[in-house]
Design a protein around this ligand. Structure first.
Ligand code: MTE
Length: 326
């Protein structure tokens, strides 16, 4: 029989998630002088084209059909549940950050050009057994499960979603890292045919990349997601494979991964390169450390618009705080 142990990160059912334009980093790019008038005009043209393309869509939740679709829904891991409603699926699917496709939240209208098959993930670097995985082979080899996690963006919006995927540690075990491996670098595709932003914003440090320490990468919370809401990830959520690290700000949860590399030194990351004073490598959710341009004390749920206090480590301290004791 399953006995639900109450975690410190459990919050009441009444405190759920929302959808609204809030603080976004398009403004940051402007402030940083990276968004010139000319480039802005060109990009609006691109977005208008994308909008035209987007009108053909049936809605924000377009579920890919792939050779491994039959594996969904996976069974829910009862250790990772939330005692509050999940964010409405449509709200989560309409409010995304995926800068390869749009600097606005309506990424779902612009991400059709992302082609999901064939898709390979190279797992390499300081490991005994480097390997290139076809995504469907990887998914079949891994123990798929569903976990309900809270998700907190650095822009102070939040949601609660059911991810399907597998713990990253399972993949780490397969490639056998050497003792010299201290960090894991993850990288998104670089494809100017798919991504208008990569093509036009040539001054940004594409491809998007992110990193974790080895200890973080092998923490039991660290999850590689292939699905959401009981089916495969729609494109705007980072199909076919994305990271989910729920105690860190959302930008660490890199989407559409093509390469995972075990390295000796702390890797450069996309946002830390763009704004080192605003987006630290570690970036654990912390209500006491304001972003230089806004407070992190509260967060706004993207569907209900409820404002609630931000929790240290997004409420996952019991799993992760020990890693940061100096
Ligand atoms: N991954 C890539 N490749 N490109 C991005 O722009 N945005 C990040 C993260 N992963 C991003 C990315 C940010 S800022 C956030 S908040 C989350 O994705 C958003 O995830 P969601 O759209 O599925 O909610």
């Amino acid at each position: 029989m399953f006995i639900k142990r109450k975690k410190t990160w459990h919050i009441p059912e009444s405190q759920a998630t929302p959808e609204e334009t809030f603080l976004n980093r398009r403004r940051f790019l402007k402030d940083a002088g990276m968004y010139g008038i000319t480039a802005g005009a060109v990009l609006s043209g691109v977005n208008l084209f994308g909008l035209f393309e987007g009108r053909k869509k049936t809605g924000p939740v377009e579920i890919p059909k792939t050779p491994t679709s039959y594996l969904y829904p996976a069974s829910r891991n009862p250790r990772f549940i939330l005692d509050r409603p999940l964010t409405d699926e449509n709200a989560a699917a309409r409010y995304n950050n995926f800068y390869e496709f749009s600097t606005d939240k309506n990424v779902w209208m612009y991400s059709d050009s992302l082609i999901l098959r064939p898709w390979q993930i190279e797992v390499t670097g300081l490991v005994e057994r480097p390997r290139v995985y076809d995504i469907d082979t990887l998914v079949k080899e891994m123990p798929l499960e569903e976990r309900l996690y809270r998700f907190r963006c650095v822009e102070a919006w939040a949601m609660a979603v059911p991810w399907t995927g597998f713990p990253m540690v399972e993949l780490v075990k397969k490639v056998r890292p050497l003792s010299s491996a201290k960090y894991v670098l993850m990288r998104t595709f670089l494809n100017k045919g798919w991504s208008t932003e990569q093509r036009l914003k040539f001054w940004l440090p594409w491809p998007y990349q992110e990193g974790l320490t080895m200890e973080e990468a092998t923490n039991e919370l660290t999850f590689l997601a292939t699905g959401i809401y009981g089916h495969e990830l729609p494109k705007q959520h980072g199909a076919p494979l994305r990271l989910v690290v729920p105690w860190k700000y959302g930008f660490k949860s890199i989407k559409s991964i093509v390469r995972i590399e075990f390295v000796a030194g702390q890797p450069k990351t996309f946002w830390n390169t763009v704004g080192p004073d605003e987006y630290a490598f570690e970036s654990n959710v912390n209500p006491l450390v304001p972003h230089p341009r806004w407070s992190q004390a509260t967060e706004k749920m993207i569907d209900t618009k409820e404002v609630r206090p931000t929790l240290p480590y997004n409420g996952y301290g019991e799993y992760v705080a020990g890693m940061y004791v100096k």
